[in-house]
Design a protein around this ligand. Structure first.
Ligand code: GLN
Length: 492
């Protein structure tokens, strides 16, 4: 018999509307799976009582034939979204005990549409990382394992808890944020669909800021339909975010299954890396064939600025982070050191105790590249290169409708394998950061398994605000790949 938690978000949504199942049943089923999945360490906080209250309220509405697009559907929320009255930590010690007095716009839209909150999901500290190893609350573990090998693997990062929880069916879907790849890379490593919309599509208001010119919220979901439903609810103009764009939010679900005949798909030669596993290369070629079979025209393109994307990102993102994180000083909220002499030493000790090593590294780099004498050489130059990357994409998108690449340069790797080498870790985002620097929508779709039985994803990038075409393409990849594999439930 199918368990409630095996239903996709779309199936559950329909089942709830048809009264085949209640939200309380679904919520309890998810809560009991969460309880058994402690080994994955995906949750920072489980809000069981709140979830049941929200579920009961949804059931009342559903009983009257009322309710929004997500009425009664249980979701998990990355612990970077401020949730009113509910502990919000960004997985950092410095936010100890922080219970926001307001709700982020994205989560308030999910609740407006009737979704139920199961809890807050573990992540890399302040979303800095690609493996979830920088969380103050410990690593998240990927539900997937290599065949015949029980080495714990990373779910990717920084939305690692979101990825692990969605892949292990602990939630119908989850929210994530993507500053350099943090939705798409973990989606790729856990066999999920992950969507980073266009910069400005989802409001950043109430999301703990990392690098404000790059941060975007988006969904991690089991399939393209579920991701489309989530994004529709999360997206939309918000006057409280000055970079939010006022343009209509289409019905992304309606784009699924529409013909892609005649669409031009760009394949950039610079996304072929030395040392990339052959399996990823092969899968990419398969993706090209799938798009061709669906009637697309394949166009070889060149994006020579790609090689500067990571260096630019690792100037711009730390610069913005060093400024955004200046507010954590122990005065208004979060952790405050107990042992200090004067106000200055209180700030210093609080920050020394409250931030982890990776966050300190970013603050140091950011402060350095913004300092007088170095600003022009690093920050200003990085901004100029960023503009060139944007121009290069604009030019490419005058010739093609979508760009197809691998999502990440490797499958899930073992915990600790890259943790000591920041450069190795930063390389994880080589295919995804370009989309953030140029503000483009991008998505990862599970496309196959490697020889060790681990999921691999393919990425589609689209023109700004053309998520609809991206969803059409994603659906084609999904249909062709027919990815139905699930991890063995070793953690239960
Ligand atoms: N891995 C990248 C970083 O560490 C991207 C993180 C993100 O997208 N939040 O900065």
């Amino acid at each position: 018999m199918t368990q409630i938690t095996d239903l996709s978000l779309a199936e559950l949504r329909d089942g709830l509307k048809e009264k085949k199942v209640t939200s309380l049943e679904a919520t309890d089923a998810y809560l009991s799976r969460i309880e058994k999945a402690g080994a994955l360490n995906a949750f920072n906080t489980v809000t069981a009582d709140k979830a049941r209250d929200m579920a009961k309220a949804s059931d009342e509405k559903l009983g009257k034939g009322e309710g929004g697009d997500l009425e009664g559907v249980p979701l998990g929320i990355k612990d970077l979204f401020c949730t009113e009255g509910v502990l919000t930590t960004a997985s950092s010690h410095i936010l100890d005990g922080f219970k926001p007095r307001y709700e982020s716009t994205v989560t308030s839209q999910l609740w407006r549409d009737g979704a139920v909150m199961l809890g807050k999901l573990n992540m890399d500290e302040f979303a800095m990382g690609s493996s979830n190893e920088t969380s103050f609350y410990g690593n998240v573990i990927n539900p997937w394992r290599r065949k015949g090998d029980d080495t714990p693997l990373t779910p990717g990062g920084s939305s690692g808890g979101s990825a692990s929880a969605a892949a292990a069916h602990l939630c119908a879907a989850t929210t994530g944020t993507d500053t350099g790849g943090s939705i798409r890379q973990p989606a790729s490593l856990t066999g999920l669909v992950g969507v980073k919309p266009t910069y400005g599509r989802c409001s950043r208001w109430g999301i703990v800021a990392f690098a404000s010119s790059l941060d975007q919220a988006g969904p991690l979901a089991r399939d393209t339909r579920d991701a489309a439903i989530m994004l529709k609810s999360m997206a939309g103009h918000d006057p409280k975010d000055s970079t939010s764009i006022d343009c209509p939010v289409p019905d992304y679900e309606a784009a699924l299954g529409q013909s892609v005949k005649g669409l031009k798909i760009g394949v950039p030669k610079e996304y072929r890396l030395d040392g990339m596993p052959q399996e990823i290369e092969t899968l990419w070629s398969k993706g090209v064939e799938w798009m061709k079979d669906a009637g697309c025209e394949i166009v070889d393109i060149s994006l020579p600025m790609t090689k500067y994307a990571l260096p630019v990102y690792y100037i711009v993102a730390p610069a913005e982070a060093s400024s955004n994180l200046a507010r954590y000083d122990g005065v208004k909220f979060g952790h405050r050191a107990s042992d200090y002499k004067d106000i200055l030493s209180m700030y210093e000790t609080t920050r020394a105790e409250g931030f982890g090593d990776e966050v300190k590294r970013r603050v140091l780099i950011g402060t350095y590249v913004l300092s007088a004498g170095y600003y022009d050489a690093y920050y200003l130059r990085a901004q100029k290169v960023r503009k060139k990357i944007f121009d290069e994409f604009t030019d490419a998108f005058s010739k093609v409708d979508l760009i197809l690449t691998p999502s990440a340069p490797s499958a899930a790797f073992g915990l600790g394998e890259k943790a000591d080498d920041p450069i190795q870790m930063y390389l994880n985002d080589v295919f995804t950061v370009t989309g953030n620097l140029a503000g483009l929508p991008g998505a990862s779709v599970p496309a196959g398994l490697d020889a060790q039985g681990l999921p691999l994803g393919l990425q589609l990038l689209a023109k700004p605000f053309d998520e609809e075409t991206m969803f059409k393409g994603m659906h084609v990849l999904e249909q062709a790949a027919n990815f139905t594999a699930r991890p063995d439930e070793w953690w239960v």
